[in-house]
Design a protein around this ligand. Structure first.
Ligand code: ADP
Length: 339
């Protein structure tokens, strides 16, 4: 599809280029012809009428014929040169146009590919719990001796799968809203945002006896969508808890560097392999180790959401990680931009 579009765009660029080139060639040709007429034909008249009136008619005719021939030859030469020039422009312009068409379409192609990948991944993630639920229900229905207890267990499992589906669709909706930049900015206290985020993840941290310590160097006010920013920090803290061993410590630090308020979440958990780091912010990306572990739930949407929140604030989400030692996520939000 994009190859066809590239060819069409190339032809369009080339048509524009050739139209311009042919227009200038025609103008140049006309200008050259009139100059030539001035240069070659007029002196002939001068010879004939003014300077050499005594010249015999046959010599004058010969001179005029020679000048006419020169005129025709010069006309042909310029025509050939202009044709050659246009051929070169056609070939060179074709190549340049194709390159430019490819470059023009590249971001659209990439966006299209990423949308296709996203749709395929989303469909896959949605289908998995639905298929599991359907087959479990079918097996249960086929069992003539299904007890009330077993039916209850089946319903509980269905609800778990439905919860996963709800989480997934909520994540997808969240991403789509962030793509449309539906945020409302207002002066927000960085300290309060962090406090609220810690409060929300406390049950998960307590379940693993993980301690979260915060350090807020001075009270910072920034122009932000407080609930989205809290959500981004909850995602970072939640991941830190998920990928950290029991009884470990997670630190969150807030500070201000020039025009940015910086939130740093660091853990001493599993860490992330260098080859996986460039992908962890992609939608639906989960590191191999996270996929294989049953206890770490998620769809690989968390960091994509956190990154979208950072970008909606014209900020950045950065990561540093060492496998086996831990990870450090830095969320940088400009203080005054996007006002
Ligand atoms: P999820 O946690 O649902 O899998 P995320 O988008 O939040 O999805 O994270 C993507 C991947 O990045 C995770 O699967 C995990 O492998 C890795 N990751 C994220 N945060 C951490 C962390 N603090 N420590 C180790 N790995 C992490």
């Amino acid at each position: 599809m994009f190859e066809k579009a590239s060819v069409k765009l190339t032809l369009l660029y080339l048509a524009i280029l050739m139209a311009i080139s042919l227009f200038f060639s025609a103008t140049l040709y006309q200008a050259y012809l009139s100059e030539l007429e001035h240069g070659l034909r007029r002196p002939g008249n001068v010879f004939e009428l003014e300077i050499l009136p005594g010249l015999s008619r046959s010599i004058r005719d010969q001179i005029l014929a020679a000048r006419e021939q020169q005129f025709e030859e010069a006309k042909d030469r310029i025509l050939i040169r202009l044709l050659l020039l246009n051929m070169i422009i056609l070939t060179g312009g074709g190549l340049v146009s194709y390159y430019l068409a490819k470059r023009t379409l590249q971001p659209i192609e990439e966006a299209h590919e990423s949308l296709e990948r996203f749709t395929a991944d989303a469909s896959h993630e949605l289908r998995t719990p639905i298929t599991a639920m359907k087959s479990e229900n079918e097996v249960a229905l086929m069992d003539p001796k299904l007890s009330l207890n077993e039916a209850r267990l089946q319903l509980t499992s269905n609800i778990e799968e439905l919860d996963k589906l709800t989480n997934l669709t909520e994540g997808l909706l969240r991403l789509s809203r962030l793509d449309n930049h539906k945020l409302s900015f207002e002066p927000s206290e960085a300290g309060l945002i962090v406090e609220e985020a810690i409060k929300r993840v406390t049950p998960q941290a307590e379940a693993k006896a993980i301690q979260i310590s915060s350090q807020i160097s001075s009270v910072k006010t920034l122009n932000a969508d407080a609930s989205s920013l809290t959500e981004a920090i909850v995602i970072l803290l939640d991941n830190a808890i998920k990928y950290s061993p029991e009884k470990s410590e997670i630190k969150i630090w807030v500070g201000q560097e020039s025009q940015f308020v910086t939130f740093v979440v660091s853990d001493i958990g599993t860490g992330i392999k260098a080859r996986e780091l460039p992908h962890i912010f992609d939608r639906f990306y989960r590191a191999d180790s996270s996929r294989s572990k049953q206890e770490t739930t998620g769809y690989g949407l968390g960091l994509a959401i956190a990154k979208s929140i950072a970008e909606a604030h014209h900020g950045k989400l950065l990561v540093k990680s060492t496998p086996g030692k831990g990870s450090c996520f830095t969320l940088k939000i400009p203080v005054l931009k996007h006002l």
